[in-house]
Design a protein around this ligand. Structure first.
Ligand SMILES: *Cc1c(COP(=O)(O)O)cnc(C)c1O
Length: 507
């Protein structure tokens, strides 16, 4: 059923918000409209009202590939990769001749994406032997690849050296010793960055600064973080690295968090690392030519998220680096950054088919006096009031997107297979797993007439969804389709039942 091709304003658009909804969630004026920042370029409704990408309707994608399905715009991925790189290159051109952008492969990695990354002039961050295997198969030169991780195995370090990686980001003193010993044993030199913890933790809207780090990653910059008084673990590592024959110390690295909207946290971390870099250069008569400021740039998952444009963040960070280097009287190191989510997150939506639906009645939260919802049933004086919440089950769930379960992450969803003029109803999109926490979208207004067989699309699922997917309940992990110039192709095929049974030894 398709109708209302011109997306008329929903007559129910002025419906009252449900008191069960979080404060940030507005009742959309038009349930059929797409909130642009959440969607990849090329996604829109066609004349029949159906969601389409590059003109390909979602029903056609379902027929060809099945659901659930990750639908990624290659055009949008390339555009975001370029936009990010251009913004940072422009901002840092006069400081250090530009920026090296490492795409954080852990957010979403397959050989096709590695090729896009390389073709757009980016480099690649990896964090395991498996991710290195993907990089190697894609054929990206090792010099353009970095290896992270707080517990790299001997095999992973050997592989990094086999591939002649541009940088190994060392996370601790024991690891520095291990990398140095392995490289020296091979008669080679490992190019090393040291990951420091500057004590800056950025959250979405603010950051906190602490002297001591209580987390597994990185070398502490706190002066009492080693047994030698006044010496930080970070300094001990710099001094050690400078003395190891198997190590070429390129510089320093930090990564202060993820889904960060404001530049302040990045700026404070950059200042702390530059202070430290200048002090180490002076004290040990060395040059540390590189500084990596990590990733973590936020994206919009719901209309309540308002990330800053890349150019704004890049300029704010560049201003801090420029001023600080002048103040310290040092030549600015070559800056690198490691965005993952900001490149791939918004390129993708997940397509699901709706199955069962039910409406439950929920005890109403205490409402301010005089604030009653139309749909409220019960004693208006405040006792035994219940409100409806609709559960919309889809054919995937926490196995293809564990972020709501892991991080309480919010998402959004729209009815994709058609438009609807029905009333907005507070809904919770849930998966099909044996887990009551199996939520895909905790709170969203969907049309009241959503029914079995409809398709839903959840935007913003490019990063840390497929990458974190699992086979819980023996669900096969979905495939990933890339769309470009009006045609689609699988870049990762979905699993089959045979894939799931293959590793079961049956002995
Ligand atoms: C995860 C990670 C990134 C990427 O973070 P995003 O939030 O996806 O940009 C970059 N660098 C390091 C070291 C990371 O661990």
């Amino acid at each position: 059923m398709t109708q209302n091709p011109v997306n008329p304003v929903n007559p129910a658009g002025a419906a009252a918000a449900s008191p069960l909804a979080p404060d940030w969630l507005q009742v959309p004026a038009d349930l059929n409209a797409l909130h642009e920042p959440l969607w990849a370029a090329g996604v829109g409704r066609n004349d029949g009202g159906e969601l389409a990408i590059d003109g390909i309707p979602v029903s056609e994608l379902q027929r060809e590939y099945g659901t659930p399905l990750f639908v990624m715009s290659e055009t949008d991925f390339r555009a975001r990769a370029r936009a990010f790189t251009d913004a940072f290159n422009d901002a840092f051109a006069d400081i250090c001749g530009g920026v090296d952008v490492y795409y954080a492969g852990k957010s979403f990695l397959c050989t096709t994406v590695v090729r896009w990354v390389e073709e757009e002039g980016l480099r690649l961050d990896t964090a395991s032997g498996g991710e290195l295997a993907v990089a190697a198969r894609a054929g990206i030169p090792g010099a353009e690849v970095a290896l992270h991780g707080n517990n790299k195995s001997g095999a992973e370090i050997h592989r990094a050296l086999d591939m002649q990686l541009g940088r190994i980001v060392v996370d601790s003193l024991p690891e520095l010793e291990r990398v140095a010993a392995i490289a020296a044993g091979r008669g080679e030199t490992a190019r090393v960055m040291l990951r420091l913890t500057p004590g800056v933790h950025a959250h979405t809207h603010e950051f906190i600064a602490t002297a001591h780090e209580d987390q597994k990653f990185g070398l502490s910059m706190a002066p009492d973080s080693t047994e030698q008084a006044g010496l930080s673990a970070a300094e001990e590592a710099v001094a050690a690295a400078a003395g190891y024959p198997g190590v070429e110390l390129l510089g320093l690295h930090c990564h202060i968090g993820s889904q960060i909207f404001e530049p302040d946290g990045f700026a404070v971390a950059a200042e702390k690392l530059l202070d430290f870099l200048a002090a180490m250069q002076a004290k040990y008569s060395i040059v540390l030519p590189e500084l990596d400021l990590g990733g973590g740039y936020g994206i919009a998952y719901t209309p309540a998220d308002t990330p800053r444009p890349a150019a704004e963040i890049a300029q704010a960070m560049a201003a801090v680096v420029r001023t600080k280097c002048a103040e310290l009287g040092i030549t600015a190191p070559r800056i690198s950054i490691e965005p993952g989510r900001a490149i791939v997150g918004s390129t993708t939506f997940t397509l699901y088919e709706v199955g069962t639906l039910k409406t439950v009645r929920v005890d109403a939260p205490a409402a301010p006096a005089g604030d009653t919802a139309e749909d409220t049933v019960g004693d208006m004086a405040g006792e035994n009031v219940t409100l409806p919440r609709r559960y919309v089950s889809v054919d995937g769930g926490m196995s293809d997107n564990p972020r709501p379960v892991l991080y309480d992450a919010d998402y959004s969803a729209v009815l994709a297979s058609r438009t609807s003029a029905a009333t907005p109803q507070l809904s919770r999109v849930v998966g099909k797993h044996c887990e009551s926490g199996d939520i895909v979208v905790r709170d969203v207004y969907l049309p009241e007439d959503v029914a079995a067989g409809d398709l839903l699309a959840v935007p913003g699922t490019g990063a840390y969804c497929w990458a974190l997917s699992s086979n819980y309940n023996y669900l096969a992990r979905p495939g990933v389709v890339a769309v470009r110039d009006g045609s689609s192709r699988l870049i990762v095929r979905g699993e089959t039942e045979q894939d799931l049974l293959n590793r079961d030894m049956g002995v």
